[in-house]
Design a protein around this ligand. Sequence first.
Ligand code: NAD
Length: 256
Amino acid sequence: MTANASTPRVALVTGTSSGIGEAVVRHFCEQGHQVLAVDFNPAGKEVAERAGAAFFQADLTDGEACKAAVADAVKRFGRVDILVNNAGVQHVSPIEEFPETKWRQIIDLMLTAPFLLTQAAWPSMRENGWGRIVNIASVHAQVASPGKSAYISAKHGMIGLTKTAALEGGSQGITANAICPAYVKTPLVDNQIADQAKMHGMQEQEVIEQIMLKNAAVKRLIEPAEVAELVGYLASDLAGAVTGASWNIDLGWTAQ
Ligand code: NAD
């Protein structure tokens, strides 16, 4: 092995104005990587700059914006070594009532954008003989729950994309892995707690304990920094033999 775990790299991370993406940007900056944080929320600029990252504003449901984000990273830093596909949203309603526009938005953002970003970053990784793709999937890439058809379909698809990228990248120094967290303490989950409390006429703490942690062996929510730590490992030189895998941080949810 010629490099250690903290060789400085160029990383592009999506969905960085809060939650897991913000924690990943902070973690990478602390490791000395050059980071381009990509988000459609302009508030992400301040979040990125506070961590020491550059910011590119893009609505990743737009394919051209995905390509522009990678082009911006290459223009600023000369290459892309690490791609973390993290941006995501949730919409909960039964299949019968699920709005087509929401379905398309979720598939565009959480399956098509990771594909287009991977495709756009690939030449740079191939030319350098080194690349790391880390896809933030979900425990819902492995099991389903009612009301989340688009999210669950996108996340299951993301595992297929991860495995294919791993097979194609193996001979080129490019690895691809997915991380599958259960509920992480982020705005995405805060909104769900509030919605479900309203829907079920429950207190928010009851939603956490009786719904979100129902299948969990470890009865607590996950911290974004715990996910960022695993992203850091999978993006490191040390993880060169690790590819095509799904990494659960799921409080034991899928152990049963
Ligand atoms: P979050 O809401 O804190 O972060 C999502 C980010 O994506 C935000 O910065 C948001 O601005 C950005 N985003 C949304 N739509 C976008 C668009 N069209 N273009 C560009 N950026 C956009 O949520 P989070 O919980 O940190 O989620 C991050 C990822 O982790 C998501 O893919 C989510 O599915 C996944 N995940 C979260 C949990 C959890 O419990 N929080 C569990 C499993 C998987």
